[in-house]
Ligand binder design. Structure first.
Ligand SMILES: Cc1ncc(COP(=O)(O)O)c(C=O)c1O
Length: 233
Protein backbone atom coordinates (compact mmCIF):
# COMPACT_ATOMS: atom_id res chain seq x y z
CA UNK A 1 0.00 0.00 0.00
CA UNK A 2 1.28 3.49 -0.83
CA UNK A 3 1.66 6.25 1.77
CA UNK A 4 -1.62 7.88 0.75
CA UNK A 5 -3.42 4.59 1.27
CA UNK A 6 -1.94 4.33 4.78
CA UNK A 7 -3.00 7.90 5.59
CA UNK A 8 -6.52 7.19 4.26
CA UNK A 9 -6.75 4.11 6.50
CA UNK A 10 -5.68 6.18 9.50
CA UNK A 11 -8.44 8.71 8.77
CA UNK A 12 -10.99 5.85 8.76
CA UNK A 13 -9.52 4.22 11.85
CA UNK A 14 -9.73 7.43 13.94
CA UNK A 15 -13.20 8.25 12.60
CA UNK A 16 -14.43 4.80 13.64
CA UNK A 17 -13.14 5.50 17.17
CA UNK A 18 -15.19 8.75 17.23
CA UNK A 19 -11.86 10.57 17.36
CA UNK A 20 -11.68 12.36 14.02
CA UNK A 21 -8.33 13.63 12.77
CA UNK A 22 -8.17 17.45 12.94
CA UNK A 23 -5.06 17.88 10.88
CA UNK A 24 -2.06 16.43 9.09
CA UNK A 25 1.45 17.82 9.59
CA UNK A 26 3.90 17.22 6.78
CA UNK A 27 7.29 18.54 5.68
CA UNK A 28 7.74 19.30 1.96
CA UNK A 29 11.02 17.37 2.24
CA UNK A 30 11.21 15.13 5.30
CA UNK A 31 14.43 16.51 6.68
CA UNK A 32 15.62 14.88 9.92
CA UNK A 33 14.17 11.61 8.60
CA UNK A 34 16.79 11.50 5.82
CA UNK A 35 15.79 14.06 3.16
CA UNK A 36 12.86 12.04 1.84
CA UNK A 37 11.10 13.67 -1.14
CA UNK A 38 7.46 13.26 -2.15
CA UNK A 39 6.13 13.94 -5.64
CA UNK A 40 3.90 16.91 -6.47
CA UNK A 41 1.12 14.40 -7.14
CA UNK A 42 1.54 13.00 -3.61
CA UNK A 43 1.12 16.44 -2.05
CA UNK A 44 -1.80 17.35 -4.34
CA UNK A 45 -3.56 14.11 -3.39
CA UNK A 46 -2.72 14.61 0.28
CA UNK A 47 -4.39 18.03 0.13
CA UNK A 48 -7.43 16.48 -1.53
CA UNK A 49 -7.57 13.75 1.13
CA UNK A 50 -7.35 16.19 4.05
CA UNK A 51 -10.13 18.29 2.54
CA UNK A 52 -12.36 15.24 1.98
CA UNK A 53 -11.88 14.35 5.64
CA UNK A 54 -12.37 17.88 7.01
CA UNK A 55 -8.81 17.99 8.37
CA UNK A 56 -6.32 20.84 8.13
CA UNK A 57 -3.14 20.49 6.09
CA UNK A 58 -0.17 21.99 7.93
CA UNK A 59 3.05 22.24 5.95
CA UNK A 60 6.16 22.56 8.13
CA UNK A 61 8.64 24.82 6.30
CA UNK A 62 10.97 25.21 9.29
CA UNK A 63 13.92 23.71 7.40
CA UNK A 64 12.78 24.19 3.82
CA UNK A 65 11.42 27.78 3.94
CA UNK A 66 13.14 30.95 2.78
CA UNK A 67 14.65 29.95 -0.50
CA UNK A 68 16.83 26.89 0.12
CA UNK A 69 14.96 24.76 -2.42
CA UNK A 70 15.04 27.42 -5.15
CA UNK A 71 11.58 28.78 -4.32
CA UNK A 72 10.69 30.91 -1.32
CA UNK A 73 8.53 28.09 0.10
CA UNK A 74 9.30 24.50 -0.85
CA UNK A 75 5.58 23.70 -1.18
CA UNK A 76 5.42 26.12 -4.13
CA UNK A 77 7.09 23.34 -6.15
CA UNK A 78 3.95 21.19 -5.82
CA UNK A 79 1.41 23.34 -7.72
CA UNK A 80 -1.21 22.76 -5.04
CA UNK A 81 -4.69 23.83 -6.21
CA UNK A 82 -4.88 26.06 -3.12
CA UNK A 83 -2.60 27.23 -0.30
CA UNK A 84 -1.99 24.88 2.63
CA UNK A 85 -4.23 25.70 5.63
CA UNK A 86 -1.27 26.44 7.92
CA UNK A 87 2.43 26.99 7.18
CA UNK A 88 5.04 27.04 9.95
CA UNK A 89 8.45 28.68 9.73
CA UNK A 90 11.54 29.33 11.90
CA UNK A 91 15.35 29.08 11.66
CA UNK A 92 16.41 31.42 8.81
CA UNK A 93 13.35 33.53 9.65
CA UNK A 94 15.00 34.49 12.99
CA UNK A 95 11.73 33.94 14.77
CA UNK A 96 9.26 31.08 14.76
CA UNK A 97 5.70 31.53 13.59
CA UNK A 98 2.93 30.39 11.32
CA UNK A 99 0.59 31.60 8.63
CA UNK A 100 -2.96 30.32 8.73
CA UNK A 101 -6.13 30.72 6.68
CA UNK A 102 -8.73 32.85 8.46
CA UNK A 103 -10.74 29.83 9.63
CA UNK A 104 -7.70 28.44 11.46
CA UNK A 105 -6.77 31.65 13.28
CA UNK A 106 -7.38 31.74 17.04
CA UNK A 107 -10.53 33.77 17.79
CA UNK A 108 -8.90 35.68 20.64
CA UNK A 109 -5.45 37.26 20.65
CA UNK A 110 -2.79 35.64 22.87
CA UNK A 111 -4.47 32.26 22.82
CA UNK A 112 -1.00 31.04 21.94
CA UNK A 113 1.28 32.96 24.24
CA UNK A 114 4.18 31.66 26.23
CA UNK A 115 7.78 32.26 27.16
CA UNK A 116 8.99 30.82 23.84
CA UNK A 117 7.12 33.35 21.76
CA UNK A 118 10.33 34.99 20.64
CA UNK A 119 11.55 38.51 20.41
CA UNK A 120 9.65 41.01 18.21
CA UNK A 121 12.92 42.86 17.44
CA UNK A 122 13.94 39.80 15.40
CA UNK A 123 11.31 40.90 12.87
CA UNK A 124 13.46 43.94 12.07
CA UNK A 125 16.39 41.62 11.32
CA UNK A 126 14.09 39.42 9.21
CA UNK A 127 12.99 42.50 7.27
CA UNK A 128 16.63 43.28 6.42
CA UNK A 129 17.25 39.64 5.46
CA UNK A 130 14.24 39.58 3.11
CA UNK A 131 15.38 42.85 1.53
CA UNK A 132 18.86 41.40 0.92
CA UNK A 133 17.41 38.15 -0.47
CA UNK A 134 15.42 40.23 -2.99
CA UNK A 135 18.13 42.75 -3.84
CA UNK A 136 20.82 40.12 -4.35
CA UNK A 137 18.54 37.63 -6.14
CA UNK A 138 19.54 34.95 -3.65
CA UNK A 139 16.70 32.57 -4.47
CA UNK A 140 17.66 32.63 -8.15
CA UNK A 141 21.27 32.08 -7.00
CA UNK A 142 20.18 29.05 -4.97
CA UNK A 143 18.41 27.60 -8.01
CA UNK A 144 21.49 28.02 -10.25
CA UNK A 145 24.06 26.86 -7.69
CA UNK A 146 21.74 24.02 -6.68
CA UNK A 147 21.80 22.70 -10.27
CA UNK A 148 25.61 22.76 -10.23
CA UNK A 149 25.73 21.01 -6.85
CA UNK A 150 23.15 18.37 -7.84
CA UNK A 151 24.79 17.65 -11.21
CA UNK A 152 28.20 17.49 -9.53
CA UNK A 153 26.85 15.00 -6.99
CA UNK A 154 25.36 12.92 -9.81
CA UNK A 155 28.82 12.85 -11.46
CA UNK A 156 30.33 11.74 -8.13
CA UNK A 157 27.68 9.00 -7.94
CA UNK A 158 28.90 7.75 -11.34
CA UNK A 159 32.54 7.95 -10.15
CA UNK A 160 31.95 6.34 -6.72
CA UNK A 161 28.80 4.23 -7.18
CA UNK A 162 29.73 2.03 -4.17
CA UNK A 163 29.88 5.06 -1.86
CA UNK A 164 27.66 7.90 -3.10
CA UNK A 165 24.10 6.71 -3.65
CA UNK A 166 20.63 8.04 -4.34
CA UNK A 167 21.53 11.66 -5.11
CA UNK A 168 18.53 13.99 -4.76
CA UNK A 169 17.65 17.59 -4.06
CA UNK A 170 15.91 20.83 -4.90
CA UNK A 171 17.94 24.05 -5.05
CA UNK A 172 20.90 23.62 -2.71
CA UNK A 173 18.77 21.43 -0.41
CA UNK A 174 20.61 18.36 -1.70
CA UNK A 175 21.43 14.98 -0.21
CA UNK A 176 22.88 11.57 -0.95
CA UNK A 177 23.01 8.27 0.88
CA UNK A 178 26.02 6.20 1.89
CA UNK A 179 26.10 2.40 2.24
CA UNK A 180 25.66 2.40 6.04
CA UNK A 181 25.81 4.57 9.15
CA UNK A 182 29.45 3.74 9.96
CA UNK A 183 30.65 4.78 6.51
CA UNK A 184 28.46 7.90 6.65
CA UNK A 185 29.88 8.97 10.02
CA UNK A 186 33.45 8.30 8.91
CA UNK A 187 32.83 10.34 5.76
CA UNK A 188 31.40 13.22 7.82
CA UNK A 189 34.48 13.23 10.10
CA UNK A 190 36.85 13.16 7.14
CA UNK A 191 35.00 16.00 5.42
CA UNK A 192 35.36 18.08 8.61
CA UNK A 193 39.07 17.28 8.71
CA UNK A 194 39.24 18.45 5.09
CA UNK A 195 37.66 21.77 6.15
CA UNK A 196 34.04 21.21 5.12
CA UNK A 197 31.31 21.42 7.73
CA UNK A 198 28.54 19.16 6.51
CA UNK A 199 25.75 17.28 8.26
CA UNK A 200 23.96 13.96 8.35
CA UNK A 201 20.30 13.08 8.69
CA UNK A 202 18.33 9.84 8.79
CA UNK A 203 20.52 6.75 9.20
CA UNK A 204 22.74 6.91 6.15
CA UNK A 205 22.24 10.33 4.57
CA UNK A 206 24.56 13.28 3.98
CA UNK A 207 22.62 16.53 3.66
CA UNK A 208 23.50 19.97 2.33
CA UNK A 209 22.09 23.07 4.03
CA UNK A 210 24.31 25.91 2.82
CA UNK A 211 23.47 29.58 3.36
CA UNK A 212 21.74 31.43 0.51
CA UNK A 213 25.05 33.14 -0.38
CA UNK A 214 26.58 29.75 -1.27
CA UNK A 215 28.01 30.47 -4.72
CA UNK A 216 29.20 28.48 -7.72
CA UNK A 217 32.82 28.63 -6.51
CA UNK A 218 31.80 27.18 -3.13
CA UNK A 219 29.93 24.32 -4.85
CA UNK A 220 33.09 23.40 -6.79
CA UNK A 221 35.21 23.46 -3.60
CA UNK A 222 32.75 21.12 -1.84
CA UNK A 223 32.52 18.77 -4.83
CA UNK A 224 36.35 18.59 -5.08
CA UNK A 225 36.64 17.84 -1.36
CA UNK A 226 33.97 15.11 -1.56
CA UNK A 227 35.90 13.52 -4.42
CA UNK A 228 39.18 13.76 -2.47
CA UNK A 229 37.66 12.14 0.63
CA UNK A 230 35.75 9.50 -1.37
CA UNK A 231 38.95 8.50 -3.18
CA UNK A 232 40.64 7.80 0.17
CA UNK A 233 37.76 5.75 1.62
C1 LIG B 1 11.28 20.42 10.18
C2 LIG B 1 11.33 20.98 11.59
N1 LIG B 1 10.21 21.42 12.17
C3 LIG B 1 10.25 21.97 13.40
C4 LIG B 1 11.43 22.09 14.10
C5 LIG B 1 11.46 22.77 15.43
O1 LIG B 1 10.65 22.21 16.34
P1 LIG B 1 10.68 22.69 17.88
O2 LIG B 1 10.74 24.18 17.89
O3 LIG B 1 9.43 22.13 18.41
O4 LIG B 1 11.93 22.11 18.46
C6 LIG B 1 12.61 21.61 13.56
C7 LIG B 1 13.86 21.71 14.33
O5 LIG B 1 14.91 21.34 13.95
C8 LIG B 1 12.57 21.05 12.27
O6 LIG B 1 13.68 20.62 11.68
Amino acid sequence: MGFLGIIEELFHEYKSKQNAVVGVVVEPIQSEGGDVHGSSKFFQNLQKLTKQNGAALLIDEVQTGLGATGKFWAHEHFNLPESPDIVTYAKKFQTAGYFAKAEYQPKQPYRIFNTWMGEPAKLLILDAILETVNQENLIENTRKVGDILLNGLKDLNRQYPHLILNVRGRGTFCAFDMPDALVRDKFLAQMRNAGIQIGGCGNVTIRFRPALVFAEKHAYIVLDKISEVAKRM
